[in-house]
Design a protein around this ligand. Structure first.
Ligand code: HMG
Length: 398
């Protein structure tokens, strides 16, 4: 039995080895076209190759954290979570200094019952009418997989036209920005499981969604659009060896369609430091700018912070995380939660990076929400912060 386990873990380690980078071809280098392509049209080819990436100054230590707990963190729960709990979670998170919160998903309730359309409509409506009090202007992000999701989101936005900003730069304390997120996959199997269509079909749909979100909707809105690519470092159905060039191709297509940001999802947590680096090298070679990339790591194999360190070193400054390490993906069997917000904040601050987030407040929320939904508290830092605080309080009483 022990020998079998050892053989299995050796096999797993072998599969995690990076491919020698010199053996793979460099992907197409393209610039980003404008979003003004019409559905069915090929993306515009740029007139000139993208220029050398402008590197961020060495002193730029600002980190943008995207809190995905209220959507990604809760979507996998088997029992229905009351809307009041979701709203309370968002309200509490809004007070921590986090500026971007993924709040819901306009997906088919037949596919993800927890992310039921009605609840996301209610949540969006509530957030527009009663924006949470927050020390900083907020952006709320909502997943939209197709035209129906977009119509549902727009029907709420159109009812409250002056209650939100269309870009994070225009958001104020009383007027949050709303952004939409489409989600592609890096493998055909995951695309079929998650979206019931091929990658090419999903991209054709996203072209229309992005264009409508940007300019061709009847409401005259132009919303920021984030574009996820799932399973970029490992697929539950096709294994570890996801082609980074394919990821780079999909990323450039989405950017050419007008997506404002590519969120690279290590959905299964199979990512390792060398393969994270390979992927970033490929993206850079494809002309994708660091400031257009976010990373979304799950911590299933405990590698999320290591991978974040690699991405940080390569100049990435936007990272997704989930309070209390909540999460999982309904179409990624065995995947555990997103990397915990508490762990990322602590890690960043120890490196001298500035997240603007109050660790103590986030630790309290991690404890509260995991108790509330009966989940294990998966943040080491969160538990350590709370433990240290309790010890200090006990000592102060003596
Ligand atoms: C894309 C579809 C809809 C295709 O699913 P489909 O079954 O091919 O769609 P359809 O067009 O045939 O419609 C089927 C039914 O769903 C309805 N429907 C159709 N669309 C919608 C909608 N938007 N909102 C509400 N209802 C919708 C539609 O009206 C119809 O209802 P019926 O006529 O049978 O009563 C489906 O596969 C789907 O919803 N998938 C989403 C799955 C999902 O939410 N996964 C989790 C999010 S992705 C993720 O977590 C990864 C990420 C982002 O975190 C990053 C990472 O970690 O990698």
């Amino acid at each position: 039995m022990a020998r079998l386990a050892l053989a299995a873990s050796r096999q797993l380690l072998r599969r995690c080895q990076p491919r020698p980078f010199s053996s793979v071809s460099i992907p197409i280098a393209r610039g980003y076209a404008t979003a003004s392509t019409t559905p069915g049209q090929q993306p515009q080819q740029p007139q000139q190759q993208p220029q050398q990436q402008p590197q961020r100054p060495a002193f730029d230590n600002r980190i943008k954290l995207v809190e995905v707990g209220p959507r990604d963190g809760l979507q996998n729960e088997k029992t229905s979570i009351p809307m009041e709990t979701k709203i309370e979670l968002i309200n509490r998170l809004a007070q921590t200094g986090l500026r971007t919160i993924e709040a819901g998903a306009f997906v088919s309730p037949k596919w993800v019952p927890q992310a039921c359309m009605d609840k996301s409509s209610d949540i969006l409506q509530h957030l527009l009418i009663n924006p949470p009090s927050s020390p900083k202007p907020l952006t709320f992000s909502f997943l939209v997989p197709n035209q129906k999701g977009l119509d549902n989101a727009f029907s709420i936005l159109a009812k409250n036209p002056s209650a939100f900003a269309t870009s994070p730069d225009d958001a104020t304390a009383s007027k949050p920005a709303v952004e939409l997120a489409v989600f592609a996959a890096a493998t055909e199997s995951f695309s079929r499981k998650n979206l019931n269509c091929s990658i090419a079909e999903s991209l054709a749909t996203f072209r229309q969604v992005i264009q409508a979100a940007k300019e061709s909707n009847p409401h005259g809105l132009s919303l920021r659009v984030r574009a996820y690519i799932s399973v970029v470092l490992g697929c539950p159905f096709e294994g570890h060896d996801v082609d980074p060039h394919r990821v780079a191709q999909i990323a450039t297509e989405l950017l050419e369609m007008g997506a404002d940001e590519i969120a690279l999802g290590d959905t299964t947590g199979m990512g390792t430091a060398p393969r994270t680096k390979d992927l970033l090298v490929c993206l850079r070679a494809a002309g994708v700018r660091n400031e257009d990339i976010a990373f979304h790591f799950h911590d299933t194999y405990g590698q999320a912070l290591v991978n974040i360190a690699v991405a940080l070193e390569h100049g990435i400054r936007t990272f997704d995380c989930s309070v209390g390490g909540l999460g999982g993906c309904p179409y990624s069997p065995g995947a555990t939660g997103n990397v915990a917000t508490e762990d990322v904040v602590y890690f960043m601050e120890t490196l001298g990076m500035d997240t603007g987030v109050d660790l103590d407040k986030v630790a309290d929320i991690g404890e509260w929400i995991t108790k509330e939904i009966g989940r294990e508290h998966a943040s080491s830092v969160g538990k350590a912060v709370l433990g240290a605080r309790r010890r200090a309080q006990a000592e102060a009483k003596v």
